[in-house]
Design a protein around this ligand. Structure first.
Ligand SMILES: C[S@@+](CC[C@H](N)C(=O)[O-])C[C@H]1O[C@@H](n2cnc3c(N)ncnc32)[C@H](O)[C@@H]1O
Length: 344
């Protein structure tokens, strides 16, 4: 029971490809102890490699992802007993006794049913109070907040991301609060450095053996796609705009713009590591402009070649494209650069 790390809907999640990615990293990278998941998204790539490295650096600029990594991977301890007591308290919340709140006012009848939105807002407020009174530590707070995120993602009235809600009446209340299953359960032998920074800044602070790079390659901004999750995670209750009820833009990625190639060039130049592993998929023949790649295969290869010998692996894979385009022969690629090794 409970949610495992991969049990969420996330555009570009590598869950279906992690075995293939892990196989290449473990076979081709020698003498390595530390792994960095630089644009970690769901964190499923780190999860797949959890037994292969001792030290992990996990980064994404979305705060909700930072909370989720702390929940699943932090080596800080937590009390299962406390979590179960709070889960039981949460399960007694009855929407008929709940006052209207930020979630119900903004998202009720839109992204969630009216009753579900009342309960989600009430739980988020309860977690904030528990955190303020120090009855739970930061790891416990992250586990509970991630559990709320995974639980409401199940009942959200969307196609998977929150760019829009489905414009039909919501007939049923379907929210059920379930706890997540942490990957790291009170053990100290592995080290985790979890961060919420712009990747180009983060790489200047670390020297891992292997760096895995999986940036967005199209103009779709993750902070806009997952704004409801980010909003409920941050709980700053900002003013919202438009039919999709988005806050003012933040965490807009250069990788989704014409600056992508320059950003990637700068990032790679600043890397201090033995191996660079980068994902890429070819969506060139897509009819939708927003899913067109900002960086071409050749651009990436040229930039990586400056650092060392680069090999490209590929596998056929069905892409995310919200059902609009039929990408034939869609290929998922993986670059592997052995830093410092150059062809004669
Ligand atoms: C393609 S997704 C990564 C998916 C991930 N490999 C997985 O399997 O779930 C790209 C991620 O990069 C993050 N991101 C985009 N631009 C960033 C930046 N400049 N710095 C840090 N994170 C960024 C997004 O929030 C998103 O989660």
């Amino acid at each position: 029971m409970g949610f495992d790390i991969q049990n969420r809907r996330y555009t570009g999640s590598k869950q279906k490809l992690v075995k293939w990615i892990r196989g290449i990293i473990t076979k081709k990278c020698d003498n390595v102890n530390s792994f960095c998941d630089l644009f970690a998204g769901t964190g499923v790539v780190t999860n797949a490699l959890i037994n292969d490295f001792n030290t992990f650096y996990i980064n994404d600029f979305l705060y909700s992802n930072f909370i989720i990594y702390n929940a699943f991977f932090s080596s800080d301890s937590y009390s299962e007993e406390k979590l179960f007591v709070l889960k039981r308290q949460i399960e007694t919340i009855d929407p008929r006794n709940v006052k209207s709140n930020y979630v119900s006012k903004n998202f009720g009848g839109k992204f969630f049913s009216k009753n579900d939105s009342l309960v989600i807002g009430e739980i988020r407020e309860l977690l904030e109070n528990e955190k303020k009174t120090d009855r739970i530590n930061f790891r416990e707070f992250c586990i509970l907040l991630s559990s709320l995120i995974y639980s409401f993602d199940r009942c959200a009235n969307t196609v998977g991301h929150y760019d829009a809600y489905i414009k039909k009446p919501i007939l049923k209340d379907t929210f059920v609060f379930e706890l997540i299953n942490p990957v790291i359960t009170n053990q100290k032998e592995k080290k985790f450095f979890i961060s919420c920074k712009d990747s180009n800044q983060f790489v200047r602070e670390i020297q891992p053996d292997v760096v895995y790079i999986d940036p967005p390659y199209s103009s779709r901004q993750y902070s806009r796609f997952y704004h409801v999750i980010e909003n409920i995670a941050e709980w700053k209750k900002p003013k919202l705009y438009g039919t999709a009820l988005k806050p003012a833009p933040e965490n807009m990625s250069d990788y989704c713009t014409v600056k992508a190639i320059d950003a990637f060039r700068e990032l790679v130049a600043d890397l201090h590591c033995k191996y660079i592993v980068a994902s890429y998929n070819n969506t060139y023949d897509s009819k939708s402009n927003s899913s067109k790649n900002k960086m071409e295969l050749e651009d990436m290869k040229k930039i990586l070649d400056l650092k060392g010998h680069t090999t490209i692996f590929d596998i056929n894979h069905k892409a995310f494209n919200a059902g609009k385009t039929d990408l034939k022969n869609h290929k998922e690629l993986l670059f592997l650069t052995k830093v410092g090794e150059h062809d004669e």
